[in-house]
Design a binder for this molecule. Structure first.
Ligand code: SF4
Length: 312
């Protein structure tokens, strides 16, 4: 086992600033609800030489979740992610295309059968046997069934893979479903549109540290991230309790940072940790920027949480 200095030296050799790396490891540790004494272990897991193999599949989606992962403002985190994961197949970042890509997927699933973590991005069209979503001539439905069957675990990233997302919104012409509904396989759901990358990293680190996936809620979401509502941890909560509400974007209440409930905020019905970890490396989050929560990490949020700017 490497000591802390060896871990940091290896990270620095990649051109990663050690202070920033420790800052990120501290964030992941706190997201997991672990004691600060675990920071070195988390840092070690993030740079482990034993890397879990990942096959990352895109179904019906916009690739926003992959973009959220790769376009982080830490210029190095994608390198660390790609280093802690043995990414055997990822359609956005891999070199092969066409038939070579199909062969890569086939080979990766055969080589790592029963050992790979399958990451799914996007919903699965199921109408007419899945005819309305195909990759390389195969339906997404048949690819998902085969890939989930051979996986050690399946992690859905984003609302579409987790719950169907916009593809499954009414009238849902392709009868799109979540990966779990379409395949019958239990999945770990890192929901959100997009989800916070930190929650995905923390799930992987949990697996690396403890050898198992984290405890989940009834919707398959890790409890460390989705265990309480946005409303529970909202910095505007005192204004809610005091009856101080924004009535119109840009009004005096908005300037004072009052509660956005009357602007349609879905925070009371939405489980996520956005207020704690924020986005863009802790810069801000929707409610922090004066926008109501739209409930993007909840099942059926397009149908059940809209219209977004009206109270439910
Ligand atoms: S802004 Fe939304 S989440 Fe925050 S206190 Fe008001 S209703 Fe709750």
């Amino acid at each position: 086992m490497e000591n802390k200095e060896e871990v940091l030296a290896r990270v620095e050799a990649k051109g990663v600033n050690r202070r920033e790396f420790i800052k990120y490891a501290t964030l992941v540790t706190s997201v997991l609800g672990l004691a600060p004494s675990m920071i070195p272990k988390v840092a070690e897991a993030m740079t482990a030489k034993q890397r879990p193999t990942v096959i990352w599949l895109h179904f019906a989606e916009c690739t926003g979740c992959s973009e959220a992962l790769l376009r982080t403002t830490y210029p190095w985190i994608d390198e660390v992610i790609l280093d802690i994961l043995n990414v055997a197949y990822h359609e956005t970042i891999m070199a092969p295309s066409g038939k070579a890509a199909e062969k890569s997927l086939h080979d990766a699933m055969a080589k790592y059968k029963g050992k790979y973590i399958l990451v799914c991005e996007g919903a699965i069209p199921t109408r007419d046997g899945g005819l309305y979503g195909r990759v390389g001539g195969r339906t997404m439905l048949s690819i998902a069934k085969e890939a989930t069957k051979g996986a050690l675990a399946t992690v859905c990233i984003g609302n579409c893979a987790s719950f169907g997302g916009v593809q499954a919104a009414d009238p849902n012409p392709s009868k799109a479903k979540s990966v779990s509904e379409a395949t019958g396989v239990k999945t770990v759901n890192i929901s959100g549109c997009p989800p916070n990358v930190v929650n995905f990293i923390a799930t992987v680190v949990h697996f690396l540290l403890l050898g198992k996936l984290p405890a989940l809620d009834d919707n398959g979401r890790p409890l460390f991230a989705y265990g309480s509502t946005i409303h529970d941890k909202c910095p505007r909560r005192a204004h809610y309790e005091a009856g101080e509400f924004v009535k119109k974007f840009g009004d005096a209440g908005a300037m004072k940072g009052w509660c956005l409930a009357e602007m349609g905020c879905k925070g009371p019905d939405t489980y996520n940790n956005c207020s704690l970890i924020k986005f863009n490396d802790g810069t801000n989050w929707p409610i922090g920027a004066g926008h109501p929560c739209i409930g993007c990490s909840e099942p059926s949020f397009w149908d059940e949480k809209s219209p977004f700017y009206e109270p439910i």
